[in-house]
Design a protein around this ligand. Structure first.
Ligand code: MG
Ligand code: ZN
Length: 214
């Protein structure tokens, strides 16, 4: 029982810091998304495509969360957007304090969109508010159609579901209708986009939707 209490205290403290972050984002009029998924779903590829699609229209900044390496931050930096890398050294999620530290190294004034790419993990990032406007969960077709049933908290707490790698559907044992049904059964309010970062399909629809919120 003691463990439950400690965990609750950690989350209470996190929520407090997340509210501070949210206030900061509100002041700079920055729309913030928290990009979550399991490892290898294509969060960074989606981010690259989204930046490409929105560049010149709005100002974007990125916080990259990774367990090790700054490889993803290097990929994003090529697009000439401000990026701060957070390395968790084994930690399996970002928290509001880490994001606060990263934000202190960014100039938020004039930034319309801040994308926080979380550590690849569908479990604890669901419980950690970072101060974002919404969580965007990426599920790729290569992971099958049962992810929402296995990780319901993440799908319940997200506002958007991006189904990635739809170009691979003919080769996979993944039922797209089933995947959507499973997700919407857990969270009927999810906005769903079907994309392929390889062919570019669906990227415009998603980017337009995001642009309308900034
Ligand atoms: Mg990544
Ligand atoms: Zn964790």
């Amino acid at each position: 029982m003691a463990i439950v209490t400690i965990e609750r205290k950690v989350l209470e403290k996190n929520d407090e810091l997340a509210e501070q972050n949210r206030e900061l984002f509100r002041k700079s009029a920055t729309f913030v998304i928290n990009l979550v998924s399991s490892p290898g779903s294509g969060k960074t590829s989606l981010l690259e495509k989204t930046i490409e699609s929105l560049k010149g229209k709005i100002k974007i900044a990125v916080i990259e969360g990774d367990v090790q390496t700054d490889l993803d931050a290097q990929r994003v930096a090529k697009f000439d957007v401000p990026v701060v890398q957070l390395v968790t050294n084994g930690g399996c999620h970002l928290d509001a304090k880490l994001v606060q530290d990263a934000v202190s190294r960014l100039e938020l004034d004039g930034v319309n969109l801040l994308v926080i790419e979380n550590v690849g993990n569908l479990v604890c990032p669901a419980g950690y508010d970072l101060g974002e406007a919404m969580k965007v969960v990426v599920a790729s077709t290569t992971e099958g159609d049962d992810k929402p049933l296995k990780y319901p908290a993440m799908f319940r707490n997200a506002s958007v579901l991006i189904i990635n790698k739809i170009d691979l559907l003919p080769y996979l044992n993944c039922n797209l209708a089933e995947l959507k049904k499973n997700a919407l059964q857990i969270n009927p309010n999810l906005a769903v986009f079907e994309v392929s970062c390889t062919t570019g399909s669906g990227i415009k629809e998603w980017s337009d939707w995001l642009f309308a919120r900034t």
